[in-house]
Design a protein around this ligand. Sequence first.
Ligand code: TRP
Length: 454
Amino acid sequence: MSSVEIPRETWATRIGFIFAAVGSAVGLGNIWRFPFQVGQEGGAAFLVMYLLFILAVGFPAMLVEFVVGRYTERNPVGALREIGSGAWRYVGWIFIATGFVILSYYSVVAGWTIRYTVLGLQDGYLADAAEAEAQFVTLASGLDAIVLHALFMAAVILIVGAGIKRGIELAVTVMVPAIIVIVVGLAVYAATLEGAGDAYAYYLSPDLGVIAANWTSILPAAAGQAFFTLSLGMGVMITYASYLGEDRNLAEDGAIVIGFDTAIAFVTGLIVFPILFTAGVDPADPGAGAIFVSLAAAFGDLTLGWLVGAVFFGTVAIAALSSAISLMEVVVSYVVDEHAVDRRVAALAIGGGIFVLGIPSAYDLVLLDLFDLFADQILLVLGGLLLAILVGWILSDLAVEELSLGIGDLGGYGTAWIWAVRIPVVLVLIVALVLGVLDYLEFLTGPFAEWLAD
Ligand code: TRP
């Protein structure tokens, strides 16, 4: 297929790319998913495994995407078509499909965070857990949810439509520093709460016995979280790195992005657990409704909780926006690069399509799970796995050479990186894929079948 040569945009500044990648990585995964995974999987023991997976799997996998993006200077479909042969040429399509599906429900959840920001400012939060739960069920689906989903998608369309420099880069340069400052501020506030001491003990002193007893569930959960939180597995980092120059040290940039993402997730734990402990909520309880039920109820319990809660949910909404634009950019960059469509038109059409696909998720929580489990546990892992096999086993020489640009001679580090991709990354993703498929079948035959029967 012929692609039309149009001058491609680049990031204006080094920090712009780093902010964009951090903005993508820091999102609902850090502030919503991370604390409830820690709670579900046994506290500090999970934290230890998670940090291990970030280093052993997340870091090498991120460099894979960076290298592919900068080498090809293309969107994920174009990139895979260039470096892959035979069936590998089509892997990019998995990325596009994943981005489309993930953003459709990610935007619905982001809509809830907007709703909960307004809720705090208008009425405050309900302290009673059962009432808070009932309120969440009412607000999470139906017309309200659809309207907020539309609002959020409109913001995404505006930013992505404005382009790399004047849209995405400008937006993240404002949003990312704001997120960092507010999250640190909230952690300082949380340190003054009565339950802080117990919360820190729970969060920070790992019980190795817990890891030994529960490793079969902790391992896949920690690996999946490491992948999701770093925005890996669907070409976001390919796309963002495709707007980079060759003088950049990709290993250094990757380390900075990972450092920020991990720090924000870690500090979020220092906010959420003191609040839960102070309100007397068991951190193992919350589950997926964690921040919208347990945490909201805890805000209902605290002095000035409405204000702290509104600041908290507002920050989550901003973090979700800076991630959502990266999901959309994957799809938009494909249409702009390959079909020479005007960026604004592409953003509007794709954003409209994603809005429509998200309506079922905004309509019923079971449907949201249906999309979430499929994208998160199957599509994302499959895309990441195929890319790791291609780069690690088939294109390793080219990959090492590309990584060395902007760094110099890699020495043994190049080989170490390739072997990290070949064995730990590939193995972890195979296990995650098998478990993900099993889990999905269980969901289809269980909760989903029941829902259909109703
Ligand atoms: N990393 C984001 C978060 O933590 C979510 C996200 C954005 C994402 N882009 C992604 C996840 C691409 C997987 C793939 O919320």
